[in-house]
Write a protein that binds this ligand. Structure first.
Ligand code: TMP
Length: 240
């Protein structure tokens, strides 16, 4: 780890300052939480696995022209990132119905969503990360209309790239959550992480609704074999 000052400790990562104010160091923890930290646990090796997956995916996206905060990966559990001001929004993209969408709409799990849905949630643990309407988002001044437009466009571009990428890995990208930040030039760039903690990923060789799950839903719903599912995602991602 590092001697640098800790700036922030989240549920899955710790953020440290570095000698360069434009650069931060992210440490990926094995800790896992669900349902706004009502369920707590640990997934052995998750820090290393998520750091490897996120680093690889950020580089895939950068090659396709998506600006990200990724700089490099100095150790298996650490990522150096550009310092950004995080926009307090969780941007969720959905290709198939799952999770809270099914709970709130009654749609059957796995219903295709075309065109994909882009949703904005207020990143605020005290409030339980509520789903926002556009008007509420503007009321709270969480982003400008131009930024919402840009976030939507970027989220859909990222979805196209990642859907294709995971398809090549034999994995269906069901839905995922993104976070963005403003860099020193007030430009929106992709931040946080993309990993089995933040995506729903279904193994295409499995049809059984429990067996196909390769993401944090295994932890959320006590499906077992969490570590091996994350490991399997990492192996496939790193091979592509
Ligand atoms: P949801 O169906 O629970 O709204 O989740 C949608 C996607 O967002 C799913 O891929 C999991 C991800 N997600 C997070 O990354 N963090 C969260 O706090 C939540 C609730 C969901």
């Amino acid at each position: 780890m590092t001697d640098h000052p800790k700036l922030y400790e989240g549920k899955a990562k710790i953020l440290y300052a570095t000698d360069d104010p434009a650069v931060l160091l992210t440490f990926f923890k094995d800790d896992a939480t669900a349902f706004n930290a009502q369920k707590k646990g640990s997934i052995q090796g998750k820090g290393m696995v998520n750091c490897a997956i996120a680093s690889h995916l950020f580089q895939v996206l950068a090659k396709q022209g998506i600006p990200t905060h990724f700089i490099d990966q100095p150790s298996p559990t650490e990522m150096r990132v550009k310092a950004v001001k995080i926009v307090p929004l969780e941007v969720v993209v959905r290709n198939l119905a799952a999770g809270s969408l099914c709970k709130q709409t009654g749609l059957a799990v796995g219903t295709p969503i075309q065109p994909p849905l882009v949703e904005f949630y207020y990143k605020n643990d005290d409030l339980g990360d509520p789903l926002l309407t556009r008007d509420r988002l503007f009321l709270m001044q969480l982003a400008t209309p131009a930024q919402v437009e840009q976030l939507t466009t970027m989220a859909l571009q990222i979805n196209t790239i990642l859907t294709q990428f995971f398809q090549a890995c034999g994995i269906t990208l069901v839905d995922f959550k993104l976070e963005f930040g403003l860099d020193a030039n007030q430009r929106l760039i992709l931040a946080d992480e993309i990993s089995p903690d933040t995506c729903r990923l279904w193994n295409q060789t499995e049809t059984d609704p429990a067996r196909r799950v390769m993401d944090k839903d295994r932890f959320r719903h006590d499906l077992g074999e969490v570590e091996s599912a994350y490991q399997q995602v990492m192996e496939r991602v790193l091979a592509h």
